[in-house]
Design a protein around this ligand. Structure first.
Ligand code: ARG
Ligand code: ZN
Length: 885
C-alpha cells in the first residue's frame, strides 16, 4: 500500500480531451464522462486502469460499443482496448451521492450548494480517470441542475452556453482553454452572489474577476477582491507573469478541509480566507486573506501552468508558491520594518511547527520518498520549509554587487523555468536546474548537487558556532560546524549548503562589517583581522537558512544586538534568546513557578523596547511576546508541558507587574487609531495595544484592582472593529477575570449568526490558559453547545484542535484525561473526515519527549487508536509512524 517515489512510471495512456456532463442532485448526481484516449507509445502495451472511489458504475462504452471490464480495488480495468496508438473514445456513466460525502473530497454539498475538492486524489470520487497530475487534458463541462435551487453553475474556463431546460432545470457549458491535470478540475453550483471587477489585460481586452459568496456576505468581499487585484499586479510586476484567463473566479465555502484550492480559473476557498469586514474580522484575518488569495492566484503559474509530475514533487508548487506569497506580503507591507515583521512571523511558524515535525515521527524530506496517504504530506515541511529552500535558491542566485539579494538572478531563473516547462508536469530537480542554469556564475550553480540535499534529507540542520578573539593579533575567528540529527529512515546526513548571513558589531553596537558566508563543509573557520576589540557577532541574519543556530551568546552580546543590530530579524531574535535562556533555566530549576524572579537586566531591556521612540508598534509586540510553549518544549530533552506553561505564565505575569507603567504608556499611545484600515502600521498599533491590555489585566489579577479589567470590558463593548473587540475579550479571558463570562456571553449574542466569529469564540475558550485542569470540562461543554458541529472542519478545529494542539498546558493532564479525549475524537472524526482526523492525530507526535507518567499515558492513547479496525489510511499512517521505533 505504501507508494515510493522511486517507483514512478509514466502513464500507459494519455487522455487528450474530457467531456463531462453532470446532472446535479444531492442524493444522486449522474456523471457522464466522455474521453478521447490514446496509448502512450513510450510504454509497453498494457491494460487501462482508471482510478475510482465510492462510485456507482452504470455503463462503459468504447467507441460507442459495450466492452468487458473488471473492477479491482478502486480501479476500473479495461483489457480489450483497440491496439495501436490511434485515439479512441471511452464513455463512462456513473453516479455518486454528494450529500453523504462528509470527507469533503470529490463532489460534496455544503449549505445546500455543490462544491468540489480534487487535490490530491479527489477527482476519482467524481468519475473514473487517470487521476494523476502528469495526465493533462482539455475539459468541456456541462452542468445541469434545478434553476431555483442552483441558479449559479460554475466550472473552469469560459462560459460558452447556458439556458433553460424542462422541469425548472437549467444548464451551463464551460470550456477550459488550458489543458490541466484532474486535480485542478472544479465545479460549483448553488445560490451565490458575486462581487465583480474588470481589469485591463495585456492584449487590450479585459479580465473579469469575481468573488462568489452566499447572499448576505457580499459586504465581506472587498478585501478579498482588493487582494486579488494586488496579486495580479504583483505577479506581473515582479516576475512578468500575466493572468492567462478571461475570467478568474473565487468561491467561498464554509465546509473546507484546508485553506483554499487553486483550481484553474475557479479557486475554491474556505470562507475564513475570503470573508472580512471590520466588524467581524481581525487584522490577522485580513493579513491571512491577503496571503491566501495571493497564494492561490500565484499557483496559476507555479502549479497550474507548470505542475507536478507526481505527488512526491508537491513542494515544486507549494514551496515555491509559499515563497511567492511571502514575498508578495512583504512587498505590499512596504517599509523595511514591516517587511521584517512579516519575516519574523513566517520564521515563527517554521520554528514552532516545522522544526518539531522535522524532529518527530512524521519527519520527511521536502520531497518525500514514500507515503501511504498523500494527504498526510500537505505539511509545514513541504510548504514552509519548502519555501525556505526556494528562498535560499534566491539568496544563492546572487551575483555580486548588481544583485546582492539574488532577486534578479532568481527572476531570471524563474523565466527559464517557464520557458522550459510551461504546460508540463515536472520535478523539483527541474526547478533547481533552471534557477542554476540561468545563473551559471552563482554559488547555487557551483554547488548544485550538494544544494539538492535540502530536498532529499529530512531533519533540521544545526550550525554550531564557536568564536575566538585573538587580542594580540586583533583577529576574530568564527568557526561554523554543521550537523543534522537522524530522522526515520535516514541515520546519516551529508553536509548541506547553508547560506549564513552575518555581521559584526562593536561593543557600542556600531556595525563593523556584514556579508554572506556559504557553509558547505562540515566545519569552516572565518577570519576577521584588523580589530582593536572583540566584536559582537550577529549570526544568521534574516534567518538566511532553516537551521538551528547554536551559539553561547552572553547576555551582554544579546543586549547589544537587541538594542542596536541593523538586522531587525536578529534584533528580535536577541530578545527571544534572552527570554528563552531565562525560561529554560526556570523550567530546569526546581523553584516553584510562583517564586520565580526575572532579573533586572532582562526587564530593563524589555522596558527599553516598549519605551523606544523609533521602533514600530508591530515590532515591539513581537519582541514583548515570549517564545511559545511549543518552541520552548523543542529546546528540552524531556518535556513537562505543565511546567513549561507555569513558567511562561509566571514570566508573563512578572512582565505585566514590573512593567505596568510601561504597558500603560504603550496602551495609551496605541489604543486610538481612527477609521479602521488593516495596514501594517495601524494593525501593529492595535496588536501592541492588545498585548498591553492583556498584561494590564494580568497585573490586576494579583492586586484585585478592577480598573483595567473594567476598561477592557468597556473597550470590548465599544470597539469599532473586531481586532480591538476580540483583543479586549481575550485580555479578560486570559487573565481569568470575573468579567470574562459575561463578556463571552455578550459576544456570543452579538455574533450568533457569524460562523467565523463563533469559531473565534469557541477557540478562545478551548485555548485559554489552564488553571487547575479547568479547560477540559469547558471543552466538553463546548462540544455540547448547540452551535457546535463536528462535521464542519472549521468548528471542529476551533474546539478540538484549539485544545489538543494549541493548549499544551490544558491538554497534557497528569490524569491522562486529555489523551483519552484526544483518542476518542480521532476515532470519531475518522469515521466522518479522515483528513481532519489525521491532522488531529498528529497532536501527539512528540509523545516520546514527554516526562513520565505522561509519556506512558500518551503511548497508550495512541495504541488505543492504532488498535481500532477500519482506520483510514490517513490516521493509520500517522499512528503507525508515531509508535514505530
Ligand atoms: N493546493 C492547495 C494549496 O495549498 C491545498 C489543497 C490541499 N488539499 C488536500 N485535500 N490535501 O493551495
Ligand atoms: Zn498551495
Amino acid at each position: 500500500k505504501v507508494i515510493h517515489r522511486a517507483d514512478y512510471q509514466p502513464p500507459a495512456f494519455w487522455i487528450d480531451t474530457v467531456e463531462l456532463c453532470f446532472d446535479l442532485d444531492p442524493a444522486k448526481t449522474r456523471v457522464l464522462n466522455r474521453m478521447r484516449i490514446r496509448r502512450n507509445p513510450d510504454v509497453p502495451p498494457q491494460a487501462l486502469r482508471l482510478d475510482g472511489e465510492e462510485l456507482n458504475l452504470a455503463r462503459v462504452l468504447v467507441g460507442g460499443q459495450g466492452t468487458s471490464f473488471k473492477l479491482e480495488d478502486h480501479q476500473l480495468v479495461l483489457e480489450n482496448l483497440p491496439e495501436g496508438n490511434e485515439p479512441f473514445d471511452l464513455e463512462i456513466f456513473t453516479t455518486c451521492y454528494p450529500a453523504k460525502n462528509t470527507k469533503l473530497m470529490g463532489l460534496y454539498v455544503s449549505n445546500e450548494s455543490f462544491f468540489t475538492q480534487c487535490e490530491a486524489e479527489g477527482f476519482r470520487r467524481i468519475t473514473y480517470f487517470l487521476d494523476r497530475p502528469d495526465v493533462m487534458a482539455s475539459y468541456t463541462v456541462t452542468l445541469r441542475a434545478d434553476k431555483q435551487k442552483y441558479p449559479v453553475l460554475l466550472s473552469n474556463g469560459n462560459l460558452v452556453a447556458h439556458g433553460n431546460l424542462d422541469d425548472g432545470r437549467h444548464y451551463a457549458k464551460w470550456v477550459d482553454p488550458h489543458r490541466k491535470p484532474s486535480y485542478l478540475f472544479a465545479l460549483v453550483a448553488g445560490q451565490l452572489v458575486c462581487r465583480e471587477q474588470r481589469i485591463a489585460a495585456r492584449n487590450g481586452k479585459e479580465h473579469l474577476l469575481q468573488v462568489y459568496v452566499r447572499p448576505g456576505d457580499l459586504d465581506k468581499t472587498e478585501h478579498a477582491m482588493n487582494s486579488l487585484m494586488a496579486s495580479v499586479a504583483w505577479d506581473e510586476a515582479r516576475f512578468g507573469l500575466a493572468l492567462d484567463l478571461e475570467r478568474f473566479m473565487i468561491v467561498a465555502t464554509s465546509d473546507f478541509n484546508m485553506g483554499a484550492m487553486e483550481n484553474k480559473g475557479l479557486n475554491i476557498f474556505n470562507t475564513k480566507y475570503v470573508l472580512a469586514n471590520q466588524a467581524t474580522a481581525t487584522d490577522t484575518d485580513y493579513a491571512n486573506i491577503e496571503s491566501v488569495v495571493g497564494h492561490e492566484y500565484f499557483h496559476n503559474w507555479t502549479g497550474n501552468r507548470v505542475t507536478c509530475r507526481d505527488w512526491f514533487q508537491l513542494s515544486l508548487k507549494e514551496g515555491l508558491t509559499v515563497f511567492r506569497d511571502q514575498e508578495f506580503s512583504q512587498d505590499l507591507a512596504g517599509t523595511p520594518s514591516a517587511r521584517a515583521v512579516k519575516r519574523i512571523e513566517d520564521v515563527r511558524v517554521l520554528r514552532t511547527a516545522q522544526f518539531p515535525e522535522d524532529a518527530g515521527p512524521m519527519a520527511h524530506p521536502v520531497r518525500p520518498d514514500q507515503y501511504l496517504e498523500i494527504n498526510n504530506f500537505y505539511t509545514v515541511t513541504v510548504y514552509e520549509k519548502g519555501a525556505e529552500v526556494v528562498r535560499m535558491q534566491q539568496t544563492l542566485a546572487a551575483s555580486s554587487e548588481s544583485d546582492p539579494l539574488g532577486r534578479k538572478g532568481f527572476a531570471k531563473g524563474l523565466s527559464l523555468y517557464f520557458q522550459r516547462n510551461d504546460g508540463h508536469a515536472v520535478t523539483c530537480d527541474d526547478f533547481t536546474q533552471a534557477i542554476a542554469d540561468a545563473n551559471p556564475e552563482s554559488q547555487l550553480a557551483q554547488k548544485l548537487e550538494q544544494f539538492k540535499r535540502w530536498y532529499s534529507q529530512a531533519g533540521t540542520p544545526r550550525v554550531k558556532v564557536q568564536t575566538h578573539w585573538d587580542a594580540a593579533a586583533g583577529i576574530y575567528n568564527i568557526t561554523l560546524t554543521q550537523s543534522c540529527p537522524p530522522t526515520p529512515g535516514q541515520a546519516e546526513k551529508l553536509p548541506f549548503v547553508i547560506p549564513v548571513a552575518l555581521g559584526l558589531l562593536d561593543a557600542d553596537g556600531r556595525e563593523l562589517t556584514s556579508g554572506m558566508h556559504v557553509l558547505t563543509q562540515q566545519s569552516e573557520t572565518l577570519s576577521f583581522p584588523g580589530y582593536s576589540a572583540e566584536p559582537v557577532p550577529s549570526l544568521l541574519r534574516g534567518f538566511s537558512a532553516p537551521v538551528v543556530l547554536e551559539y553561547d551568546y552572553s547576555d551582554q552580546q544579546l543586549l547589544t544586538l537587541l538594542a542596536n543590530d541593523t538586522d531587525p530579524f536578529n534584533r528580535w531574535e536577541a530578545g527571544q534568546r534572552l527570554a528563552t535562556a531565562r525560561a529554560l533555566g526556570f523550567i530546569r530549576g526546581g523553584t516553584p513557578a510562583g517564586e520565580l524572579r526575572l532579573d533586572e537586566a532582562f526587564l530593563e531591556a524589555m522596558r527599553a523596547v516598549l519605551r523606544h521612540p523609533d521602533l514600530d508598534a508591530a515590532f515591539k509586540e513581537l519582541v514583548l511576546t515570549l517564545p511559545a510553549e511549543t518552541y520552548l518544549a523543542e529546546q528540552l530533552e524531556v518535556v513537562d508541558p505543565q511546567r513549561i506553561h507555569a513558567v511562561r505564565e509566571a514570566m508573563r505575569e512578572q512582565l505585566a507587574e514590573v512593567l505596568a507603567a510601561d504597558w500603560e504608556q504603550a496602551y495609551e499611545a496605541n489604543r486610538e487609531n481612527g477609521a479602521y484600515s488593516p495596514d501594517p502600521v495601524s494593525s501593529g498599533r492595535r496588536a501592541l495595544a492588545g498585548l498591553a491590555l492583556t498584561h494590564l489585566c494580568l497585573a490586576a489579577r494579583k492586586t484585585n484592582d478592577p480598573v483595567w479589567p473594567g476598561r477592557a470590558y468597556q473597550r470590548f463593548k465599544d470597539a469599532s472593529n473586531m481586532t480591538d473587540r476580540f483583543n479586549a475579550l481575550a485580555a479578560l479571558v486570559t487573565s481569568n477575570n470575573e468579567l470574562a463570562p459575561q463578556a463571552l456571553q455578550r459576544f456570543h449574542a452579538m455574533f450568533k449568526n457569524e460562523a467565523l466569529v463563533l469559531d473565534k469564540w469557541f477557540a478562545l475558550q478551548a485555548g485559554a490558559p489552564d488553571r487547575n485542569g479547568n479547560i477540559l470540562p469547558v471543552v466538553k461543554a463546548l462540544m455540547q453547545h448547540p452551535d457546535f458541529n463536528i462535521r464542519n472542519p472549521n468548528r471542529a478545529r476551533s474546539v478540538i484542535f484549539s485544545y489538543c494542539s494549541a493548549n499544551p498546558g490544558g491538554f497534557h493532564r497528569s490524569d491522562a484525561a486529555g489523551y483519552v479525549f484526544w483518542s476518542e475524537r480521532v476515532v470519531e472524526l475518522d469515521a466522518i473526515n479522515p483528513q481532519v482526523a489525521a491532522r488531529l492525530a498528529r497532536a501527539l507526535d512528540r509523545w516520546r519527549k514527554l516526562a513520565e507518567p505522561l509519556r506512558g499515558a500518551a503511548r497508550e492513547a495512541i495504541a488505543r487508536v492504532a488498535a481500532k479496525p477500519d482506520l483510514s489510511n490517513d490516521v493509520r499512517e500517522v499512528v503507525t509512524r508515531a509508535l514505530a521505533d
